[in-house]
Design a protein around this ligand. Structure first.
Ligand SMILES: C[S@@+](CC[C@H](N)C(=O)[O-])C[C@H]1O[C@@H](n2cnc3c(N)ncnc32)[C@H](O)[C@@H]1O
Length: 382
C-alpha cells in the first residue's frame, strides 16, 4: 500500500508503554485536527520525547478519530489512531537531531516521499547520509501554536483570506484568537465575541470549523448583531469559549453609539464598572469548566500611567480562575513610528510594547481546590 502521508506522534517515557500495549497512537486537542486527517495506510512513527528515540515504522490501521479508546491514558489524549507494525520495528536514538538534519520537525505532516525516506532511514541508518529533504510547500498557512507566554506577531492576519479588517482601529491580531480557539475549543464548539469590532473572531472560527456568535454596540458587518455587552441575549451556560478584546479606555474613537464603553476614560471608576457588568454576563453565559480570553493594554497619557491590565485582571479574578497570563507584543499600533520612538526617548516615557491576554476559566460546578504536591525536577542548563 502506498502511503500518501506520514505522521510522527510524540510520547513520553510514561505514556510509551500504553502506545505499544494498545497499538494506539494519540495526542491532545491542540494537534487533534492533524490526527483527523490520517487515512488508513498512512506511515506512522512514534517519538519518545524523553529518551529522544524514534520508533518506526507503523501503518495506520484505522483513520484518525476522536475517542477510539476513550479510557486510554485516562482520556488525556483523545485524538487517536490504531496502528499496526509495518515489518520489524526499529528504534533510532538522537532522533531530534536526525529529524532537524532532514529539515523536519516532529510536528510536521510528512508527504509520502518524506515518510518513505524516514522509514528507510530508520530501518538502516548505518552509512546513510542524512539528506535534507526539501521542505514541501506549506499546505496550510496556519500560525504556530504558542508554547510560551510571550506571543509576538509580525502582522495582524494570516492565511489566504483576511481575518477581520486590518484597517479597523483596534483590530485584534488573528493569531491570538487562533491560538485561543485551537487550545480551548473542539470543532463545532460555540465561541462568543461580545465586542466583535471588525469580526476577526468570526473569520478565525469559520476557518477552524467552530460556530461563532458575535455582537458589537456598532456592528460593522451583517454577521455581527447589535448588542450592548452588558446584557448578552444568550441563555446561562450556553457557550464553549469567549474571546473579548474590549476598549482599553477612551483612546480609540470606535463610534458614537450610546453605550460605547470606548467613550469612558480608563482613569474613571465608570469604565471598570461597565467592564464588570460585561464580565458578569460572560461568566453567566459561559459553560462551567470553559475558558474566556480577555485582551487588554495599559495606558500612559499626559504623564500619567494607568494599570488598566491589572485593574481588569482584578475584576476578572472575582468571577474566574486564572489559567495563565500571556504577553502579546504590540507592533502595529499607530504610535509605532520613528517619530514616537524618538519622542519616548526625548521626553523619557515608554510606548506601550505589549498587551495582556488574560486566560480565565469558569470553575466547574462543585469543583474543589486540589491538594497539590510538587516535586520539582532540576534540569541542567544547556
Ligand atoms: C478593540 S475593539 C474589538 C476589535 C475586534 N476584536 C476586531 O478584531 O476587530 C472593541 C470593540 O468594542 C465595541 N464596544 C464598545 N462598547 C461596547 C458595548 N457596550 N457592547 C458591545 N461592544 C462594545 C467597540 O464598538 C469596538 O468595536
Amino acid at each position: 500500500m502506498k502511503a500518501t502521508c506520514g505522521h510522527i506522534f510524540a510520547c513520553t517515557s510514561k505514556s510509551e508503554r500504553e502506545c505499544f500495549d494498545r497499538m494506539l497512537f494519540a495526542t491532545s486537542r491542540v494537534y487533534g485536527e492533524s490526527v483527523l486527517k490520517i487515512k488508513k495506510g498512512d506511515l506512522l512513527f512514534l517519538l519518545n520525547l524523553d529518551t529522544d528515540t524514534l520508533y518506526g515504522t507503523f501503518r495506520a490501521k484505522s483513520a484518525g478519530a476522536k475517542d477510539l479508546v476513550p479510557e486510554a491514558w485516562n482520556g488525556k489524549y483523545p485524538y487517536q489512531v490504531q496502528v499496526s507494525r509495518n515489518g520489524a520495528v526499529h528504534s533510532l536514538a538522537g532522533a531530534k537531531k536526525v529529524l532537524s538534519g532532514m529539515g523536519l520537525s516532529w510536528r510536521d505532516t510528512l508527504d509520502g516521499e518524506q515518510a518513505r525516506f524516514l522509514s528507510q532511514y530508520i530501518e538502516n541508518p548505518d552509512g546513510k547520509a542524512i539528506i535534507k529533504i526539501a521542505k514541501k510547500d506549506v499546505i496550510e498557512d496556519k500560525p504556530r501554536l504558542e508554547s510560551t507566554t510571550l506571543w509576538d506577531y509580525p502582522r495582524q492576519s494570516y492565511g489566504k483570506t483576511q481575518k477581520g479588517n486590518n484597517k479597523y482601529a483596534g483590530v485584534t491580531p488573528a493569531f491570538v484568537i487562533y491560538n485561543m480557539v485551537k487550545r480551548y475549543t473542539e470543532p463545532g464548539d460555540l465561541v462568543l465575541d461580545p465586542m466583535a469590532g471588525s469580526g476577526t473572531t468570526i473569520d478565525v472560527c469559520k476557518e477552524e470549523g467552530r460556530r461563532c456568535i458575535a455582537y458589537d454596540i456598532s456592528p460593522t458587518r451583517p454577521d455581527i448583531k447589535q448588542n450592548d455587552a452588558r446584557k448578552i441575549p444568550l441563555a446561562d451556560e450556553s457557550v464553549d469559549m469567549i474571546f473579548i478584546d474590549s476598549p482599553y479606555g477612551d483612546n480609540i474613537d470606535y463610534n458614537d453609539k450610546p453605550g460605547n464603553i470606548g467613550k469612558l476614560s480608563a482613569e474613571t471608576d465608570e469604565f471598570y464598572k461597565a467592564l464588570d457588568m460585561v464580565m458578569a454576563e460572560c461568566h453567566r453565559v459561559l459553560k462551567p469548566g470553559k475558558v474566556l480570553g480577555w485582551l487588554i493594554g495599559d495606558q500612559w497619557v499626559k504623564k500619567k500611567f494607568t494599570p488598566v491590565g491589572f485593574n481588569v485582571y482584578e475584576g476578572l479574578s472575582k468571577y474566574f480562575d486564572t489559567v495563565d497570563i500571556v504577553c502579546v507584543a504590540r507592533r502595529s499600533q499607530t504610535s509605532n513610528t520613528g517619530l514616537w520612538h524618538s519622542r519616548a526617548l526625548r521626553f523619557n516615557f515608554y510606548l506601550r510594547g505589549f498587551k495582556y491576554l488574560f486566560i480565565m476559566r469558569k470553575p466547574a460546578a462543585g469543583e474543589q481546590a486540589l491538594k497539590r504536591k510538587i516535586s520539582w525536577t532540576q534540569y541542567p542548563r544547556r
